[in-house]
Design a protein around this ligand. Structure first.
Ligand code: NDP
Ligand code: 2IT
Length: 444
């Protein structure tokens, strides 16, 4: 049995109850085969694959807080510090009832390679809680965030581990978390990114994941003689990533016709009116179904996977993991989709990815395509260290340069190892090489 298969078997045995984590590891290790085989003795002797698939540490803790009725509630908190070979642990905090160790580990594992691809000095980690922010009052959100940070502060710091936003964690939550960290530690430091602009946040961080996704997609399209101009585009989700992907895609000339949330999707054949979406989602924290009540001619349909039955040229999944299954992928292909680029983390199942690659659809995997968010978090860390803030244009230009570079590196790595055009393999290989090299230099 070869080294890759040996490690895969061990990882499966040790983490049998963690399906999302195993899915992420399997995808990465499978695509690393040519790199590992070219240097098997060195990697095996140093147990690089065993070490890269085992987090440095995983922290789980109780988060008690008091709701508006005076009732004590208890949630579970997580922080998985996966790998800090190339910089302090860095990655978001997800607040969603589905959160468990498997999900946080898959996200932390992906983050290691994604952060490496940005070319910035950031390691990989992820955290969160099974707390559901939906329908909670601002006071309840604050109570939860303060309790969460009262435990988390022991493990993080500007040079140790720098959390940020993810599903359910936006500017409001980051503010409460930062306030509590500052109070407990008595330190004013860039311990979180995605901060408000009045207290150390970076301009363009809010837009960065969505904009970055479009910069990446644009590069991919350009390479194949296309552009967003006139392209019918479907975007799933209607949160931070989806909204700013929609904004940039529209600026680049795309016609975005659909958005969704976990209940259903809207279709507007005249093109989504983003000001209406922003009012519903960012100001009112409402449901996407509201859109159909406010915009004549638009239609709301219950159930979120139906969004992939809409005929489109470009699909940008920006909601959550495994939201595109084999059948949805087959439908997209049948309807003539040209490019699929992932704004969410691991939104396509392995079968869906295979369908896209086999059908010649241009496919941008998450760890390359959505790296603009964490890259701009890296730029926020730099600005905090310098005690300076750059203009929106400066940050946006750097972000655009980083995304073009990620495309180039992933594309060249795929070519070098005989898999031209396969950006899944290219991104995994390019991300892996730098981290593995740093681990080798640093000893065990
Ligand atoms: P938000 O919380 O702002 O938005 C999430 C959106 O996805 C909402 O519309 C939500 O709908 C929908 N959603 C969540 N869970 C499900 C589900 N199980 N089925 C269908 N829809 C669902 O999160 P973000 O926009 O920040 O994150 C979206 C994705 O992008 C995630 O995969 C995240 O990991 C990834 N990402 C985020 C980055 C960032 O900087 N924020 C950076 C890189 C990746 P509802 O309101 O009904 O829950
Ligand atoms: O998945 C991700 O890359 C994020 N949620 C952003 C992480 C960050 O540290 O900005």
């Amino acid at each position: 049995m070869g080294y890759v298969d040996e490690v895969l078997a061990k990882v499966k045995e040790k983490n049998a109850s963690e399906p999302e984590f195993l899915q992420a590891v399997e995808e990465v290790l499978e695509s690393l085969r040519p790199v590992i085989e070219a240097n098997e003795e060195l990697y095996k002797k140093n147990a690089i694959l065993e070490r890269i698939t085992e987090p440095d540490r995983q922290i789980m803790f109780r988060v008690p807080w008091v709701d508006d009725n005076g009732q004590v509630q208890v949630n579970r908190g997580f922080r998985v510090q996966f790998n800090n070979a190339i910089g302090p642990y860095k990655g978001g905090l997800r607040l969603h009832p589905s959160v468990n160790l498997s999900i946080i580990k898959f996200l932390g594992f992906e983050q290691v390679f994604k952060n490496s691809l940005t070319t910035l000095p950031i390691g990989g980690g992820k955290g969160g809680s099974d707390f559901d922010p939906k329908g909670k009052s601002d006071r309840e959100i604050m109570a939860f965030c303060q309790s969460f940070m009262t435990e988390l502060y022991k493990y993080i710091g500007a040079d140790t581990d720098v959390p940020a936003g993810d599903i359910g964690t936006g500017a409001r939550e980051i503010g409460f978390l930062f306030g509590q960290y500052k109070r407990i530690r008595g330190l004013y430091e860039g311990v979180l990114t995605g901060k408000g602009l009045t207290y150390g946040g970076s301009l363009a961080r809010t837009q960065a994941t969505g904009y970055g996704l479009c910069y990446f997609t644009n590069e991919l399209l350009r390479e194949h003689g296309m552009s967003f101009d006139g392209m019918t585009t479907v975007i799933s989700g209607s949160g931070n990533v989806a909204i700013y992907a929609c904004e940039k895609a529209q600026t680049l000339g795309a016609k975005v016709v659909a958005l969704s949330d976990s209940n259903g999707y809207i279709y507007d054949r005249d093109g989504i009116k983003l000001d209406v979406v922003k009012q519903i989602k960012e100001v009112e924290r409402g449901r996407i179904s509201e859109y159909a009540k406010r915009v004549p001619g638009s239609v709301y349909t219950e159930g979120c996977s139906g969004i992939w039955s809409i005929k489109c040229d470009i699909a940008l999944p920006c909601a959550t993991q495994n939201e595109i299954c084999a059948e949805s992928a087959a439908l997209l292909v049948k309807n003539g989709v040209k490019a699929v680029c992932e704004g969410a983390n691991m939104p396509s199942t392995p079968e869906a990815i295979e369908t896209f690659l086999k059908s010649g659809v241009f496919f941008g995997p998450a760890k390359a395509a959505n790296a603009g968010g964490v890259a701009t978090s890296g730029l926020e860390m730099s600005q905090n260290s310098l005690r300076l803030s750059w203009t929106f244009e400066e940050v946006d230009e750097k972000l655009c340069g980083i995304m073009k570079n990620i495309y180039k590196n992933a594309s060249e790595a795929a070519k070098e190892f005989g898999m031209e055009g396969n950006l899944v393999a290219g991104a995994n290989i390019a991300g892996f090489m730098k981290v593995a090299d740093a681990m080798l230099w640093q000893g065990i």
